[in-house]
Each structure stands twice: as structure tokens, then as C-alpha cells.
Write a protein that binds this ligand. Structure first.
Ligand SMILES: C[S@@+](CC[C@H](N)C(=O)[O-])C[C@H]1O[C@@H](n2cnc3c(N)ncnc32)[C@H](O)[C@@H]1O
Length: 298
């Protein structure tokens, strides 16, 4: 009994102590991935996904706008500037993440489990397209609001010969009216696929409710998303890091309880939500993944 109590105390204290020490030691590199990756000693991810990338990519984007495109007016269009900045960031990072995930992540298998009519949220530059089991797919609607990523997405679709099976919807997923204009039917979707997207939408509750409406009874949402930490210290760091992070990485939020929002107030017949193997309890960017099946007869 006493041993259990000590064990539990260590379980809760350990991440806090480690986070506190690391947070001080690594200052001023106070960006979540730097800290997270240092803790997990993954130098490649540290360099590539760290907060170093955001400002660096902004610098390159500004130089490109001023000296290559010679279009300074773009600097006064915040949405377009943020799109260009994020697209450059993602075109660099997306393929690397996807390459690393081929063997060490549940993402390929999750994408592979998609069937029928698929609503893919935020496909970005289409890095996951190769994972679809295309025989099981009727049609994919890829909802991508970052216009600067769409040429890369189109190129991937062409490369994989998916032109007849893939429709790009260049809007935000919250805009259900636009989805319907492009042919998505309410209650007609078999799979909603969301890989690292709910962190960036304007409102997760609204988005989850919206895509739930679009799902058929018996349809599923397949997701891989980062969420708010369950622990106090990482959570505090998330709140601090989130201030520059959400601005730099196109509205990506580190502090969203997406795991809870996904199940709150909705009727799911099956809930399968897991944490990646080896995820540290003090991770500042913890993930969950899985599948939720909408209740009702198909
Ligand atoms: C981190 S990227 C992930 C891209 C891709 N799913 C992957 O994992 O390779 C997030 C993507 O979500 C998109 N996104 C952001 N807000 C969105 C919204 N409201 N509706 C649909 N997509 C959105 C972004 O433009 C971006 O392409």
C-alpha cells in the first residue's frame, strides 16, 4: 500500500521535476519541440521541427517576397503572408515527418484503414496519399485552406494517378456549405481522416460536430492529433509556448483537449483512442490516435 503511494507520487512528480530542470537548462530555446526533442534525444526532429524552423522560414519567406518576387504589398496581407510562410515550412517539414513515420508511427496504418467516401481534413502537401488502400476508396475530398500548398497536393495526386478519385476543396472544414458545393453529402461520408489538423482549426468543437454530421451512421473518424498534456508542468509550458507557436505555425495550438472534445456529447458506437507507444508522460506535445465509429445503423 505504502509502496503504491510512493510509486504514484513519483509518477506525478517525476515529469514535473524533469520539466522544471529542462525548462531552466534550455532557456532561452523556449519552444516546445526543442524541449520535447531534447528530452527524447532525437537530434533530427529537434533540428527540423523545433521552434528554430519557424523564425528561419519566416526570414526566408520575407526575403523571397522582397527580393525574388519583388512584391512588398504581400507584407500587408496577413492571411496570404501566413499561408506562404506556413506552406514553406510544411513543404520542408511534411515530407521529412512522413518519411520518418513510414516505419515508426501508426499514421500509415490509420490512413490505410480509410474506406468508401473519405473526407480528409487538411491534407497539406499530400504526404499521406501514398498510404491509402485505393481499392477500398470510392472518393476522397481533401479540405485544404492553405492555397499555397495546393500545387504540391495536386502534383502528388497526379503522381499517384488519383485525379479521378480526389477532389480538392480549397476551404476550411468548418464551412460545411462549401463542402456540399463540392459534392460532399451530409450523412454520406464513410471516413473522416484527421492527421494533425484539429490543433489548427478555428474551433475544434464546431469542427468535430460538423464532421460528425457529415458522417454516415456506422462511419468513422480516424485521427492522429496532439493534445493538451494531462500533467501540470507540461501544461503550463504549453500555455507559454502556445503564444508564439500558434502564430508561427498557422494557428496550431498546443493546449487543446481534443481527445476530450472528440467524445464529448456525441454518440459513438465504438471508441478506440490510444497513446503512441513510448510516449513520455512529460511530453509537451503528447499525441492520441485511433478510430471513433458513429452510432446508428449503416
Ligand atoms: C500540420 S499540417 C498537417 C498536414 C497533413 N495532414 C499531414 O499530416 O501531413 C495541418 C494542415 O491543416 C490545415 N488546416 C488548418 N486549418 C484548417 C481548417 N480549418 N480546415 C481544414 N484544414 C485546415 C493546414 O492548412 C495544414 O495543411
Amino acid at each position: 500500500m505504502a509502496f503504491e503511494a510512493v510509486e504514484r507520487m513519483v509518477h506525478y512528480l517525476e515529469p514535473m521535476i524533469i520539466m522544471a530542470i529542462s525548462g531552466i537548462r534550455e532557456f532561452p530555446y523556449n519552444m516546445p519541440y526543442i524541449l520535447h526533442m531534447l528530452l527524447t534525444f532525437n537530434w533530427r526532429d529537434l533540428l527540423l521541427t523545433s521552434g528554430i524552423c519557424g523564425p528561419l522560414v519566416l526570414f526566408v519567406t520575407l526575403a523571397d517576397i522582397l527580393f525574388v518576387q519583388r512584391n512588398p504589398r504581400l507584407l500587408f496581407k496577413p492571411k496570404e503572408l501566413q499561408d506562404l510562410w506556413f506552406a514553406r515550412f510544411w513543404l520542408f517539414l511534411g515530407p521529412i515527418i512522413s518519411y520518418n513515420e513510414r516505419d515508426h508511427s501508426p499514421v500509415p496504418e490509420l490512413v490505410h484503414s480509410s474506406t468508401g467516401v473519405v473526407l480528409e481534413l487538411g491534407p497539406g502537401s499530400g504526404e499521406q496519399l501514398y498510404c491509402y488502400d485505393i481499392e477500398k476508396i470510392t472518393h476522397i475530398y481533401g479540405v485544404e485552406p492553405c492555397l499555397a500548398l495546393i500545387p504540391a497536393l495536386k502534383a502528388k495526386i497526379k503522381e499517384l494517378g488519383l485525379q479521378d478519385k480526389y477532389t480538392i476543396v480549397p476551404h476550411v472544414v468548418e464551412d460545411l456549405g462549401k463542402l456540399m458545393e463540392y459534392g460532399v453529402e451530409e450523412g454520406g461520408v464513410d471516413t473522416v481522416l484527421s492527421i494533425r489538423v484539429l490543433c489548427s482549426v478555428r474551433n475544434v468543437e464546431e469542427t468535430v460536430r460538423g464532421v460528425y454530421r457529415m458522417l454516415k451512421p456506422g462511419g468513422k473518424i480516424v485521427f492522429f492529433e496532439h493534445i493538451r498534456s494531462r500533467y501540470l508542468f507540461p501544461r503550463l509550458l504549453e500555455e507559454v509556448y502556445n503564444i508564439p507557436w500558434s502564430y508561427m505555425i498557422a494557428n496550431c495550438h498546443l493546449n487543446r483537449p481534443t481527445d476530450k472534445i472528440l467524445v464529448r456529447g456525441l454518440e459513438w458506437a465504438e471508441v478506440d483512442m490510444i497513446e503512441p507507444v513510448g510516449q513520455k508522460s512529460f511530453a509537451v506535445v503528447p499525441y492520441v490516435y485511433g478510430t471513433l465509429v458513429k452510432a446508428g445503423k449503416a
